[in-house]
Design a protein around this ligand. Structure first.
Ligand SMILES: Cc1ncc(COP(=O)(O)O)c(C=O)c1O
Length: 497
């Protein structure tokens, strides 16, 4: 006899089973419109864990009970990224049409590793690569792949750089080509860079940090360091610039760094995970000037293109660089070319099975257009400029930098005579209290050795009114803390993503 679970599968493929799930997501989006719900939960992880501390469910339960649990146990304790007062990490309030496409992607379950397993999705991904590399300013010899995010993109770029610098590393291991090279990056670079250097077998000590000037890589210091390395005969595997740095959203001078690399024949990688979407904006495109000089570029569509997680991209100026990065053979999977070109994407990716995330990105472009996404980019940046202006007129706060994108670091200034450590602790606790209050959600980081508050606007609903409310909220909480006369001890703040 057929077990009943098979009938459940048939029932659950019907529209009536799908709608409650779509309804949950849609009601959440709509409810966030007026901004009255708390942005986050005051519950601790341990308190949330009690909801789920139960034996493995051996038998199933009715679908309506499952969706009720999602709403009551899961969604009630989430961070509401669609809330206009959510200004935390670089994770988006996602584009709705792309969210709905997620269900279709999962239903089709095409794996884009191999063209024969994903006939249309592979072609769509290839077309996306064409569009995005054209925006970078490259011609048809460019290539790329979708990734889980910026971390995988930068790892893959440096793997390709390793294949160029150490062609024998794949077969014989690092060191087979002579002394190990170094990788240079700004001191503000995301940890994806140093992590990749270690993962690739170079050793963390071969990641060389170049100091910043105004939160950007100091190009004079870079040139001096490259000269010194050349004088010592130390090979350089790559120079990594950041376009849209994690802490401050600042853009390195890609034009100058690119020219330095070109003159020395060095691999130039741009980690533009955060900022590459500026290429969609007529106003902000110039921040990416010089990017076409790069040999590889990381670009996260799940950051300023507001795609739901995850949607990363890595592009190379010459597609063959990616083929060389991954030199494995798998004749049972990859069948070579068709019509003189290789469609299989698995030969160019860290992953084997891979979701067809390209489809949600394609849907976002179909629905909102590249120009529409550029206008959203502009709005996110404008809102942070507004915040910068509001802070300039507020006696209790000071901005640490002028915003170049949608990120701003600022600080509660403290009272005359208070030492830095006291003000640091106050800023840390202020953020904890504000977030726990449910009225908003921001992050914190350390900048120039000082604890600062950090805002990232990733939600088209956040505008001038909301950033004014943010400062009012922080001010209220700070006054309460002062009145209470003692800092409320909070857990250490998590580092930003
Ligand atoms: C500049 C930069 N590069 C890389 C990353 C890592 O990206 P992902 O989290 O998508 O792996 C981030 C994430 O914040 C980033 O800001």
């Amino acid at each position: 006899m057929r077990p009943p679970v098979f009938d459940l599968l048939e029932q659950d493929m019907e529209r009536d089973a799908a709608l409650p799930f779509i309804d949950l997501a849609s009601r959440y989006f709509v409810r966030m419109r007026d901004g009255t719900d708390p942005v986050s939960t005051a519950l601790s992880s341990a308190e949330i864990a009690r909801r789920f501390d139960e034996p493995l469910p051996l038998g199933g339960r009715p679908l309506n009970e499952v969706t009720e649990r999602i709403e009551h146990d899961v969604m009630s304790a989430m961070n509401r990224l669609a809330h206009p007062m959510c200004m935390g990490h670089q994770v988006s309030a996602p584009l709705p049409a792309a969210v709905w496409m997620e269900t279709v992607i999962a239903a089709m379950n095409q794996s884009v590793a191999v063209a024969e397993m994903s006939p249309s999705a592979t072609v769509v991904e290839t077309q996306l690569v064409r569009w995005m590399t054209a925006l970078i300013g490259w011609d048809a010899s460019a290539g790329g792949t979708l990734t889980s995010g910026g971390t995988e993109a930068t790892f893959t770029a440096l793997l390709a750089a390793r294949a160029a610098a150490m062609p024998n590393a794949w077969e014989r291991g690092v060191g087979a080509d002579g002394p190990l090279p170094v990788v240079l990056c700004g001191e503000h670079a995301h940890y994806a860079v140093t992590r990749a250097v270690a993962q690739l077998g170079l050793g963390l000590e071969r990641a060389v940090a170049i100091p910043s000037r105004d939160w950007r890589m100091d190009t004079g210091a870079l040139a001096a360091r490259l000269d010194a390395l050349a004088a010592h005969g130390t090979p350089v595997m790559a120079v990594v610039a950041t376009a849209g740095s994690t802490a401050t959203g600042s853009f390195d001078d890609l034009e100058t760094i690119g020219a330095l690399c070109e003159a020395r024949g060095l691999w130039f990688h741009v980690d533009a995970a955060h900022g590459a979407s500026a290429l969609l904006s007529a106003t902000h495109r110039d921040r990416m000037r010089g990017v076409a000089r790069a040999r590889s570029v990381a670009w996260d569509a799940h950051k300023m293109m507001l795609l739901p997680l995850s949607a990363g991209m890595l592009f190379v100026r010459d597609e063959r660089d990616l083929d060389r990065a991954f030199a494995q053979r798998a004749p049972y999977l990859f069948h070579g070319d068709e019509d003189g070109r290789v469609w299989d994407q698995g030969t160019r990716s860290f992953q084997c099975s891979r979701r067809a995330d390209a489809l949600k990105m394609w849907v976002a472009l179909e629905r909102y257009g590249a120009a529409g996404l550029g206008e959203i980019y502009d709005h996110l940046c404008r809102t942070v400029r507004d915040l910068h202006g509001v802070i300039a007129g507020h006696p209790d706060f000071v901005a640490l930098h002028a915003p170049e994108s949608n990120i701003l670091c600022f600080r509660w200034v403290g009272r005359a005579g208070e030492d830095d450590a006291t003000v640091d602790a106050f800023n840390r606790d202020l953020r904890e209290r504000y977030n726990k209050s449910g009225r908003g959600w921001i992050t914190t980081t350390v900048l120039g050795g000082r604890r600062v508050l950090r805002v990232t606007v990733m939600n088209p609903r956040t505008g001038r009114d909301e950033v004014i409310r943010l400062l009012e909220g922080l001010s209220d909480e700070a006054s309460t803390m002062r009145r209470e006369g003692s800092r409320e001890p909070g857990p250490p703040s998590p580092a930003f993503l």
